[in-house]
Design a protein around this ligand. Structure first.
Ligand SMILES: CC(C)(COP(=O)(O)OP(=O)(O)OC[C@H]1O[C@@H](n2cnc3c(N)ncnc32)[C@H](O)[C@@H]1OP(=O)(O)O)[C@@H](O)C(=O)NCCC(=O)NCCS
Length: 127
């Protein structure tokens, strides 16, 4: 929700991983009219506050499409680390697609009042 207008800018979701101790999977998406403002970083940062501060989890991870450069930058800026690739992870528009995964541990998390992390250049395939 945008403070000034009260408009919904997007959503974030969190699902506890049933086969891991104190771990969860996250996801997020903004409405297109809310892109390029910095709400992506803010959304993920608030989600991480919830994960570590309120729920006292140990680890959270997220996955993005290989070509999703905006998501890569957002996840890195929120302090997450690229961890690898899941081959054939999701079935999208008639084909299996890989995902690039990111994770953050409790020890690595800093409360979101800080600024976005400095993000090195992201290289993504053009497919
Ligand atoms: C991913 C998403 C949350 C990013 O949110 P955002 O608030 O627009 O991100 P920001 O404005 O903070 O931009 C982050 C960076 O990505 C870049 N970026 C934004 N949109 C981009 C695009 N379409 N292509 C390439 N880069 C893009 C920005 O320039 C910025 O780079 P910079 O830090 O070098 O300036 C948003 O684009 C979105 O909701 N996309 C659709 C759903 C989605 O992809 N969800 C994530 C699934 S893992």
């Amino acid at each position: 929700m945008e403070n000034a207008s009260g408009a919904l800018v997007g959503f974030a979701r969190l699902a506890l991983d049933p086969h891991q101790q104190r771990a969860a999977t996250s996801g997020f998406a903004l409405r297109p009219e809310s892109w390029h403002v910095g709400y992506g970083w803010e959304t993920v940062s608030l989600l991480l506050d919830l994960v570590f501060q309120d729920l006292d989890l140990h680890r959270v991870w997220a996955a993005r499409a290989p070509f999703n450069e905006a998501s890569a930058k957002t996840l890195l800026a929120a302090g997450m680390t690229e961890e690898g690739r899941i081959r054939g992870h999701v079935f999208v528009r008639g084909a299996w697609r890989d995902s690039i995964t990111y994770g953050i541990l409790r020890d690595e998390w800093q409360v979101s009042s800080s600024l976005p992390a400095q993000v090195p250049p992201v290289t993504t395939p053009t497919e």
